[in-house]
Design a protein around this ligand. Structure first.
Ligand code: NDP
Length: 363
């Protein structure tokens, strides 16, 4: 007797892996030589670069680590030894002329604090490179506009490091929202953790805006890709614990994002135990993900049954997507405009919290 749950699971599995496979190079190019890998330089050798991104080049099909750009020479030497990079492939933040002259570097991956993203992105584009820029794209919409305009002028690609768009559980959740949950009636998301004092993440100039810019952005992103639409209105309340670590930035923010036909409640905090979830309720079904957007261990339940999905290296899939578009053309899945829209929503949330009233997002 057929098992409807199993066939739905298999379907979702197939949907997830097929969507990821579509981001990988080589698909649909049987009988041709594989294209030359795209050379990437990683800028900013902090926690995310060292622990997640640089090791992921081993799983990339079309992206190759060829250089690092760092303000800490000893980290550069370590990276060079660990990844077998050429002697001349370690650059400082001042060596843009040398970076420009190295044709092996086609992409600069900016993985530094958000307050530096604008400057490093503009430098990389000026040096003739494509850019992948980590989230949040920048501190302000005005900075995002400059970055997008510079990339357009130079005819360079600008990708934002929104890795959930390349992760199969998130792709399966999107698929369910479009196909099986009916009309969406509610979206909720919580993203937060306990942030210690003394890092750039609690300094306004470098972080943009604390928990909201750093981790709340995952909930805003999720609300947008799950709804498959853009919010037209934002309401928000924000508060701080009254501790010195929150002198410059907000701790907890609760947002309501009004999408056509559905409201999303998105919350974030820097004084929380780990939270990394979203839930969607439609008029025909519902889903729950936790952890929803973490580095690994993603889990997804649709109508209270866990869906079996093969994990991928979504860091590598994200990089390979940009490399694929560089080599073969096509449309970027997570372009600068997507990053800008998130910053626009975050800025609206800050205004809404301050004025204690809704902010409309026109256009
Ligand atoms: P870290 O603090 O661990 O590292 C940041 C690195 O940036 C530093 O080690 C330094 O590298 C470089 N840097 C350049 N300019 C500055 C500056 N003015 N102050 C401090 N550091 C500077 O941060 P993360 O690696 O956690 O985060 C970096 C970026 O990646 C952020 O935008 C963050 O939001 C994003 N991120 C994204 C994640 C994702 O899942 N997509 C996960 C985690 C972070 P060096 O010593 O080489 O100069």
């Amino acid at each position: 007797m057929p098992n409807p749950e199993m066939s739905r699971r298999e379907l979702l599995h197939a949907a997830g892996t097929a969507a990821v496979a579509a981001t990988l190079p080589g698909v649909g190019r049987a009988h041709q030589d594989p294209p030359k890998p795209v050379g990437w330089a990683v800028l900013g050798l902090g926690g995310y670069a060292i622990r997640q991104i640089m090791p992921s080049f081993a799983d990339a099909k079309l992206s190759k680590l060829v250089a690092v750009i760092t303000g800490t020479p000893e980290k550069g030497v370590r990276a060079r030894e660990q990844y077998g990079l050429k002697e001349s492939s370690v650059y400082s933040y001042e060596q843009w002329d040398a970076i420009r002259s190295n044709p092996e570097i086609e992409v600069v991956y900016v993985i530094s604090p958000p307050g530096t993203h604008r400057e490093f992105t503009l430098e990389a584009i000026k040096a003739g490179k494509h850019v992948c820029c980590e989230k949040p794209m920048a501190n302000t919409v005005a900075e995002c506009d400059e970055m997008i305009a510079a990339a357009k002028r130079a005819k360079k690609l600008l990708q934002i490091g929104y890795r959930s768009h390349y992760q199969p559980h998130n792709l399966a959740a999107i698929e369910a929202c479009r196909k099986s949950l009916g009309t969406l009636r509610s979206i909720t998301s919580e993203h937060g953790f306990n942030m210690p004092a003394g890092t750039w993440r609690t300094q306004r100039k470098l972080s943009g805006g604390g928990a909201l810019w750093d981790i709340g952005i995952y909930g805003v992103q999720a609300a947008r890709y799950l709804a498959g639409a853009e919010p037209t209105e934002v309401m928000a309340m924000a508060h701080r614990l009254g501790q010195p670590r929150f002198d410059e930035v907000d701790d907890v923010t609760h947002m309501l994002l009004a999408f056509p036909g559905v409201v999303a409640s998105v919350s974030t905090g820097y004084s929380w135990a780990n939270a990394n979830t979203y839930r969607v309720i439609g008029d025909r079904g519902q889903l729950y993900a936790s952890p929803a957007t973490s580095y690994q261990g993603h889990r997804l339940w649709i109508n209270n049954r866990e869906v079996a999905i093969e994990p991928n290296n979504h860091f590598a899939a994200q990089m390979d997507h940009l490399s694929e578009v560089i080599r073969n053309g096509g449309t970027l899945r997570t372009p600068g405009e997507m990053g800008r829209q998130d910053i626009r929503i975050l800025e609206a949330a800050v205004t809404a919290a301050r004025q204690r009233g809704p902010v409309r997002l026109e256009g």
